[in-house]
Write a protein that binds this ligand. Structure first.
Ligand code: FAD
Length: 334
């Protein structure tokens, strides 16, 4: 990371073609394409990718099982090889300027840029159940595409902490036949019960979940308020997913009913010059799809820059031609 700068040393007033906020898979992938397009680019990264608690990253073709941090180490080395400025720090605000944006770093300089690529991911808000946070990404999981194969055929509990929990139980049934649904305090409808029964998912007693129980640093069960412990080796739950997009507050980007910014297929938000890629715009994107979104946005962003540059060059050319013609018509100096 030889090109990485602490935010206090970031070069201040030069105009960037694009500043990428967030140096996870989506942001670094955008920066790689833009750097190779010979654009002036900075990536600001606070260094807290969503999958940091997991020891391995699964499902990325050619990188299956790689530690998440190792992917980002390689990515940072690649983008810095194309002259991208890597800045450690946190972006605080983005303000619109005429045909550009100013971007304030926490405790650091203000960067000026023609485009902003928001690649800040999302945060998983976990239910306040003792033990959950400590086991998150280990044996308390949410995404079977990320971890399901590694825990296949083991006894799962699915915690009823979210409106989507029954669907999650029906989904993870693909990876194990030994599943108990723990409804907690969330009532089940007759339709829910029928769907769970039909797929052989057992249903535990209703009642508050007081903690997850571990033994020898492994998940052992889920304890209910009545004192019973529902045995399991793996627990799935659906967190509340919140996009990390506060840095754009006040810009007025359109959002969908889930509160995520809406974009076109290339990642353009409703505010020209502001792009959103990866989990900040799409809670479902895995690492490989987040990287793909970053690359697709960078491709389109570079085309937008080329269009703007052609337009500006034509305007300058016509102005120069007009001045030349006017100059030719001026009377010769005496
Ligand atoms: C426990 C767990 C395990 C997972 N395992 C897998 C897996 O095996 N395979 C898989 O494909 N997916 C997995 N995922 C999903 C994976 O984490 C996401 O697909 C991926 O992280 C999305 O990449 P991203 O670039 O959008 O966001 P992130 O990787 O979260 O990167 C966002 C970056 O932006 C930075 N940032 C945020 N705000 C600011 C700011 N204001 N200024 C500067 N920087 C900022 C963050 O610090 C972070 O470094 C897992 C998720 C979890 C929770």
């Amino acid at each position: 990371m030889s090109d990485t700068q602490k935010n206090g040393q970031a070069s201040g007033q030069d105009m960037y073609d694009a500043v990428v906020i967030g140096g996870g898979a989506s942001g670094l992938s955008a920066a790689l394409v833009l750097g190779r397009a010979r654009r002036k680019v900075a990536v600001i990264d606070a260094g807290e990718p969503r999958n940091a608690p997991a020891a391995h990253m699964q499902g990325f073709l050619s990188r299956d099982g790689m530690p998440p941090a190792a992917l980002l180490d390689v990515g940072r080395a690649e983008v810095s090889g194309y002259g991208v400025h890597l800045i450690e720090g946190k972006a605080e605000t983005v303000q619109p300027e005429p045909r550009s944006f100013s971007l304030q770093l926490a405790g650091g300089p203000v960067l000026r840029t023609r485009h902003v690529v928001l690649a800040t991911g999302l945060r998983d808000e976990l239910p306040e159940i003792p033990g959950i946070r400590e086991r998150w990404g280990r044996d308390v999981l949410h995404c079977p595409y990320c971890h399901g194969y590694e825990v296949r055929d083991r006894p799962f509990a699915v915690l009823g902490t979210h409106p989507n929990s029954v669907n999650q139980a029906l989904l993870v049934r693909q990876w194990s036949e030994d599943i108990v649904y723990v409804p907690g305090t969330r009532p089940l409808t007759d339709d829910d019960r029928e769907r769970l029964d039909a797929r052989g998912v057992r249903i535990a007693a209703a009642g508050a979940i007081v903690q997850v129980v571990t033994k020898d640093d492994r998940l052992h069960g889920v304890e209910l308020a009545n004192g019973t412990v529902v045995p399991c080796e793996v627990a799935f739950l659906f967190p509340r997913m919140v996009p990390n997009d506060g840095v754009l507050d006040g810009l007025g980007c359109d959002r969908n009913e889930a509160g995520f910014m809406t974009t076109d297929s290339a990642g353009r938000t409703s505010v020209p010059g502001i792009w959103a890629v990866g989990n900040v715009g799409d809670s479902r994107s895995l690492v490989i799809s987040a990287a793909g979104m970053g690359a697709a946005a960078a491709f389109a962003l570079n085309h937008d820059l080329v269009d703007a540059e052609v337009h500006r060059s034509i305007t300058e050319l016509r102005t120069a031609r007009t001045a030349t013609q006017n100059g030719a018509e001026l009377p010769a100096e005496q």
